[in-house]
Write a protein that binds this ligand. Structure first.
Ligand code: C6P
Length: 415
């Protein structure tokens, strides 16, 4: 793709969107900030900051408990946010949305509640070899306690999931498949509709790790027919410490609670305790009320944008970066799948990724370096890690140009 093609994608009004994010207006190390660490966490628009601030300034109170006006206001705003998430991913009802601290907690919930109750010795959980640790370790912990096994689905050297190997692995031992929508380390967009359909044909349930999916694509959990979809609020312009688990109500109904405490119970006695209805059965203790309300504002923000224009804008930036990489001497792209989004991972010949990150930071350019919590795929590729630029809706062509100019300069120090 040429520069003009990428620029055309800016009919999507990226400059107006940038203006909504106060943190982007700052200088870092004397240079205007170029923020390319969005897969780790995105910045927050003013509307999200205002929603959180409004909560603490006026409505601060606990939810579902108080007999007073502030608690009523907090409860209404908190439950409105749940309705917004229902709309965002087209869940069937609010009973299917469980608030969590993020994707990690959502996956741990499913592994410990659903996983622990169905997995028996000899059973298998399939995960892909490019998963984030959050979609590997919870399954390992639960599998170990049940005598079950976590088996990786192979990934090619380009970073594509091996679909024929996946089909061969799908035998009667497989009870759960857990796969990422988009790889945070490689940017690979997995064909999740096909992956879900194949899991179901084999009689397995499937969880999609959507941490890097929801920020980039419109997601329809009913059309996908996934059993569980986990995502983080802070990677989609919402506050840190927020996220959600979508689960089919029919499954969530049968699952035992994960955490015990207040809110998740109906009655408590020493003769036996009964549990609350969905979704509260899975929400023990005081939740992150201000964060959830901020997440609701983030959903409003995302929903106010044409999602296909957003995806086209980000895809154009990604192609622009890849075209520049092809002409950048000594650059090795890590993750060359056909369908790629969000993360642009690379190495520079003769340079350690950590040094690249430091030299970019000195120029006001924020990227992430390291294994990106995806050690198995780094080990397969025989590399310690990568430097990773990851895009959000507010990044523009200038950001990519600054990245490559910054890399040219870094090269003069490193090589
Ligand atoms: N990836 C990154 O820089 P939490 O921390 O629970 O919000 O999200 C965990 C997680 C799970 N799955 C995927 C695919 C992810 O990318 C992440 C978070 C960050 O890539 C931090 S390691």
């Amino acid at each position: 793709m040429t520069l003009s093609a990428a620029t055309n994608a800016q009919t999507f009004d990226v400059e107006a969107l940038r203006a909504a994010f106060p943190a982007l207006a700052q200088k870092v190390n004397g240079q205007p900030l170029v923020y390319l660490d969005n897969a780790a966490t995105t910045h927050k628009p003013q509307s999200v900051i205002d929603a959180v601030s409004h909560f603490y300034q006026r409505d601060n109170s606990n939810v579902h408990r108080g007999a007073h006006a502030l608690s009523d206001r907090a409860t209404v705003a908190f439950e409105e946010a749940r309705k917004k998430v229902v709309g965002l991913i087209n869940a069937a009802s609010t009973t299917e949305i469980i608030w969590t601290r993020g994707t990690t907690e959502a996956i741990n919930l499913v592994a410990n509640s659903y996983g622990k109750s169905v997995l028996k010795a000899g059973d298998r959980v399939l995960v892909s070899a490019m998963e984030h640790h959050s979609n590997i370790v919870p399954w390992q912990l639960v599998a170990q306690s049940c005598g079950a096994e976590v088996v990786p689905i192979p990934v090619s050297s380009d970073g594509e999931l091996d679909m024929s190997a996946y089909q061969q692995l799908l035998d009667e031992r497989v009870k759960i498949v857990a796969v990422g929508h988009v790889s945070n380390a490689l940017g690979t967009v997995n064909p999740i509709a096909e992956i879900i359909a194949l899991a179901h044909q084999a009689g397995a349930k499937i969880l999609i790790d959507g941490a890097q999916g929801v920020p980039h694509f419109a997601v329809d959990v009913q059309a996908l027919d996934c059993d569980f979809y986990a995502f983080s609020g802070h990677k989609m312009y919402g506050p840190t410490g927020t996220g959600a688990l979508y689960g089919k109500a029919s499954l969530l109904e049968t699952m035992p609670p994960y955490h015990g405490g207040g809110e998740m119970i109906k009655t408590v006695s020493f003769d036996g305790t009964t549990f609350n209805e969905l979704p509260f059965k899975f929400e023990a203790g005081t939740p992150n009320i201000g964060g959830v309300i901020g997440l609701g504002a983030a959903v409003d923000f995302l929903q106010s944008i044409d999602r296909s224009a957003l995806a086209a804008h980000e895809a154009a930036l990604m192609h622009y970066a890849h075209d520049k990489a092809a002409n950048f001497e000594g650059m090795q792209r890590v993750g060359r799948a056909q369908n790629i989004a969000g993360a642009f991972s690379f190495l520079l010949e003769g340079a350690h990724p950590a040094d690249i990150g430091m030299l970019l930071d000195q120029q006001g350019i924020a990227v992430r370096t390291g294994d990106h919590c995806a050690q198995p795929i780094m080990k397969q590729f025989g590399i310690p890690g990568t430097a990773r630029a990851s895009f959000a809706l507010y990044n523009n062509v200038d950001d990519v140009d600054r990245l490559f100019a910054g890399l040219e300069k870094a090269k003069t120090f490193l090589l």
